[in-house]
Design a binder for this molecule. Structure first.
Ligand SMILES: [Zn+2]
Length: 422
């Protein structure tokens, strides 16, 4: 049998998961069916879950042992949706199938574990990243689905407003320096750094990336993938890359102090460094780098700008209709709106959007361009409050304003505004 990493996902008969759902059938009835051999194997059930998740374009699969059930939910466009609930006594077997696929230790149930494998679904090669943690009722597993063949979007296609897009393009015109795209996890930040890398590459430039894992293939770049045995890390790879005279370096993500320091070093030596980082807002990212140990004078001389972004679901065009805001909803959004010509809308739900009222997502963002005054403040390790004041003077607008504008244009809803931004 070939290792799981080279397996083609088998074509298989569709399994009616609905018929083994504990919310439909009693646990006793399911156990009975199982014992009599009239139920598919756990392997086949897991395969069906993967088949459906990949078909609907899910980004992750959650296997959660909770009170009285093993609940399986799919993450799609940032929202979880229940697929099926299996009997709790299947938990061990399901975890065992997942561990086999990722060649993890079957018998380890008390420690967090991570694994990965590749397979082809619906003609598309995909990477699956498994994360397991022990919980009271067994183990909880999350599979992240990474699609390899996905085309890199253009910056213009991500939904940035014209003003924000123009500002990003100005930042990308810098020949050197550090440009960060920040956000929470699954906020679309890596899509943006790949699109940005695509926008700056030319035949005369040397582009090198270091990623964990390589998410998209860039035909013009040399891509370094961190090895799964961790024999070298981001910082080691970066130091080696610097000796190869690059012009543009893409660092998948700055996760630790060492990478942060080497990334700013790389920017200081004349490279344009593009990277992503977890952060709660654009100015917070600057402080995070300082707290990770990047010297203020280094950051002050290299930082070009920070983009902080989130993704908002767009209203389904098939079932969009005007929507009247309640006074409470109006009070949430009013501080971020200018003028009164808003056209609020929502999707009432239709087959095209699986009755969610939403289809596709758009990026919303705030951008800090580092001006000489802000540079000075970074050098002095100024407070976020002071930096914010300075940024506002040069036209900085918070992410809420961008989001509110999209709601007022009838592109997204007040509910999304609250869900994404709180
Ligand atoms: Zn619809």
């Amino acid at each position: 049998m070939p290792p799981p990493s080279q397996q083609q996902a088998p074509a298989h008969p569709r399994i009616p998961l609905e018929q083994i759902d504990v919310s439909v059938l009693s646990k006793e009835k399911i156990r009975e069916l199982f014992k009599s051999g009239r139920l598919p194997t756990v392997e086949a059930i897991v395969e069906e879950i993967f088949f459906r998740a990949t078909k609907m374009g899910a980004t992750d699969i959650h296997f959660e042992p909770i009170e009285g059930e093993l609940r399986i939910r799919l993450g799609h466009e940032g929202v979880l949706k229940r697929l099926v609930s299996l009997t709790p006594d299947m938990t061990d077997n399901v975890m065992s199938v997942l561990k086999t696929r990722t060649t993890l230790n079957q018998f380890e149930k008390k420690k967090p574990q991570e694994g990965r494998y590749s397979a082809v679904y619906h003609g598309e090669p995909m990477d699956f990243r498994l994360s397991l943690i022990p919980v009271l009722a067994g183990e909880r597993a999350v599979i992240r689905i990474l699609r390899k063949a996905t085309q890199i979007a253009k910056l213009e296609e991500l939904g940035f407003s014209k003003a924000n897009l123009d500002q990003i393009k100005i930042l990308l015109r810098q020949p050197k320096g550090l440009l960060l795209v920040t956000g929470t996890s699954s906020s679309g930040k890596s899509t943006t750094i790949y699109a940005a890398t695509n926008a700056v590459q030319t035949a005369e430039k040397c582009v090198i990336t270091v990623e964990d894992p390589v998410e998209y293939r860039l035909p013009y770049a040399s891509q370094v993938q961190l090895p799964s045995d961790r024999s070298f890390n981001f910082a080691d790879a970066l130091r080696a890359i610097l000796r190869q005279n690059p012009n543009v370096i893409l660092i998948g993500e700055i996760r630790d102090a060492e990478t942060a320091v080497v990334a700013s070093e790389a920017a200081l030596t004349g490279n344009l460094v593009l990277s992503s980082m977890l952060a709660d807002d654009a100015l917070g990212a600057i402080h995070r780098l300082l707290n990770l140990g990047v010297q203020p004078y280094w950051l002050a001389s290299t930082m070009v700008g920070v983009v902080y972004q989130q993704l908002m679901r767009k209203i389904c065009p098939e079932c969009k209709e005007p929507y009247e805001l309640t006074p409470e909803e109006r009070s949430i959004i009013a501080p971020y709106l200018e003028g009164s010509d808003a056209m609020f809308a929502h999707g009432k739900g239709c087959p095209a959007c699986d009755n969610t009222g939403y289809k596709g997502r758009t990026a919303i963002c705030e951008i800090v361009s580092v001006t000489p005054e802000l540079r000075d403040l970074i050098f002095q390790r100024g407070s976020i409050l002071k930096m914010r004041e300075e940024a506002l003077k040069s036209g900085f607008q918070g992410i809420r304003r961008d989001a509110a504008t999209k709601v007022a244009f009838g592109l997204s809803t007040i509910h999304e505004f609250v869900r994404v931004l709180g």
